[in-house]
Design a protein around this ligand. Sequence first.
Ligand code: ARG
Ligand code: ZN
Length: 866
Amino acid sequence: MKTDTPQTVYLKDYTPPAYLIDHVELDFDIRADGTTVTSTLAMRRNPVATPATLVLDGEELHTLSVAVDGKPATYTETPTSLSLNDLPAAFTLQTVVRIQPDHNTRLSGLYRSTDGYFTQCEAQGFRRITWFIDRPDVMSRYTVTLHADQATYPVLLANGNPVAAGAEADGRHWATWEDPFKKPAYLFAVVAGKLDVLRDSFRTASGREVQLAIYVEPDKLDQCPHAMDALKKSMKWDEERFGLECDLDHYMIVAVGDFNMGAMENKGLNIFNTKYVLARSDVATDVDFENIDRVVAHEYFHNWTGNRVTCRDWFQLSLKEGLTVFRDQEFGADLHNRQTARIREVRGLRAAQFPEDAGPMAHPIRPASFVEINNFYTATVYEKGAEVIRMIQTLIGRDGFRAGMDEYFRRHDGQAVTCEDFVAAMAAASGFDFAQFMRWYNQPGTPHVAASGSFDAAAGRYTLRFTQSNPRASDAAPYLIPVRVALFDGEGHLLAGSEQTLQLTATEQEFHIDNLAAEPVPSLLRDFSAPVYLDFAYTPEQLTLLLAHESDPFNAWEAGQRLASTLILDAARAIAAGQSPQWPDSFAAAARRLLQTQAQRGAAFVAEALTLPGEGTLAEMMEVVDPDALHAARNALRRHLAEELEGEFSGLYAALAISEAYAPTAAQAGRRALRNVCLGYLMELDTDAARRLALQQFEKADNMTDQFAALASLANVNAELCPQREQALAAFYATWQDEALVVDKWLAVQSTSRRPDTLATVKALTAHPAFDAGNPNKIYALIRNFGANLVRFNAADGSGYAFMADRILDLHDRNPQVASRLARCFDRWKKFDDTRQDHARAALQRIRNHPDLSRDVLEVVTRSLG
Ligand code: ARG
Ligand code: ZN
């Protein structure tokens, strides 16, 4: 349902709210034919604001009554606002509305899912529950009462502490909760459902006892212990690393299968997508276990970075998200494997954020304007935001950063603040001048840093020259870029004392390193010290040396990625010109050395090092993307490695088998990852033997990591006849059809397949009982993953684009947030050839021309066409 012409909101227009709401009392009468919400607000004029009309936000509310200080009030109502004039300085406003959670397909506000009623209020869902000043700088204390049928909804939850409960007429019951903390409305939550609960407790460093509870759909308690462990580990970690203790008596997590995003940090009552709670070794992979650790930690960490100190307005979203992602990354690195965690973060950043920053939706980590805030829960705000926080820590050191965090909470606990406030606390604690650094908050685009080195043998002096530019914004002012460097000699020894962090501040800059006997090999941007593209004219020999000897695992991996990228991009050009690709012997030789040294370097690292850069990342490096040539080139290099190293892959595959019981530990996960990389390469040989090996692994596996890896490699097979493929796909579905999250994997493995008939398969699956167009996880698994399948989505005949447009139009009204995420699949359409561009433009125009297009999709599509 469309209401108004979409309006752009600007950061520069911020003004404080005209009224404050000190206390909120809510009563929910939940019934099948609708829920009645009675809201009693203790309000007063904001002393620091200019007096104005009281304007309340609302959406899809049916207003039953409005009273001020107990008397019916005169008001003006539009579909999205309720305005009142002539109000006293302080007063009580009572509204009664009827809402329809059973018909709320947007999954924003209060909505129905299989096992009951759930809420999602960030960013602006609270206004879909009751009339309110729905903005994060209005913070209130809440008392909430829920009434519902006792047998159908035995569990009634809200933020804070349970204060009273009882039975009432007609088999109904009620419960009242009180939240002692002031909070913005986006952190409000209630749940009414039939759920099982796993309970535990945690004693904080100062001896407070916190009751922990995880609520899940019936019969899933055996999939909760991992999330509970993750929660307790997060609580301890935050005490140790940041001195932050849990302030709550009750910390509850509720898992729901219908959820637009990953999870939500509602005060004391987190609501999670089941994907980030449920896990058992036979249904979840090592990566799933690690993601659960990180998301549970992320939402818990928000209790300080987000809830105790929140955002003044939604432009400041990265204040809480960038910082909290950084915190969950650090937690994950401490818990699992710091080396590979950093590699995966950068892989993810390059796959999602760099393309975003080069495309039509590019925005600074703090956007200056938006039409629909839900469109800005992006890789830029989250992941680039985390990189910006990481740079602050790099610049002032770990201790300086900790002091800055302490200062931030000392200054701002209980407040709604801005990104400047955060950086000012860091500056005050460290003495570092962040004035220029603030450009990271205000400018979009990925900076390009071009570096070159020259050696003056007579003087023993090495000079590094850097030029920074921002292709996205040519008028962009230079950034402060921390570049970690080290120098290596020709044998691969780190030159003592050469490790340092250079600070780039000017467009062009030079640094000298003296007293060198010979020209060194520079290792630049170690540990990925800034989210930039860094060019340096390395020779293949230098990269091979760094891959073998660089002591910073990130840059060792990076050297291998640089080697592979050059080979694949050259090969794609050759293939496009009708030639066959050429592979130097040195690359397979370097890969062989990696395999031979896996015991010393760690299986997890070697698995990452042998994983070639993804097609999406490589596409960003092409002037005009040729998805077919790129796909063929990348697969040809994989096949080349498989042919050269078949013996090594087979040998290691056998040697890496794990005999002890499954555990999602870093050590075991690393072994499984490398073993499955070996299987993946062997499958490139396209032999019956390899397929039988994959099927055998599929059938014998006692854990989802191995079973799924085997299935994924079989799903790519494109032979006329591959009985193993059909057998594995059928068996997988037959076994797991009642495990929703595993069915998502089954859909994903087919929509990401290399096979040329993938679109036909995806189309057929939209009619399969496994698919549900009302469930975001299913849409992401089948449709959005197809949109990320570079070669199949970007088919030259435009069929992928037309299909995606159909799905977006089918969904845009039912669930605008999810539809808008699908629309982002078109982000890079202008990087392709004219024919593809014509098809993509036609698909986008067809979407934009749809009458009453939802604001979310309209913003994305308009920017894309613009
Ligand atoms: N604050 C949540 C998190 O990152 C994300 C909620 C986003 N929801 C939305 N509808 N935009 O933990
Ligand atoms: Zn978050």
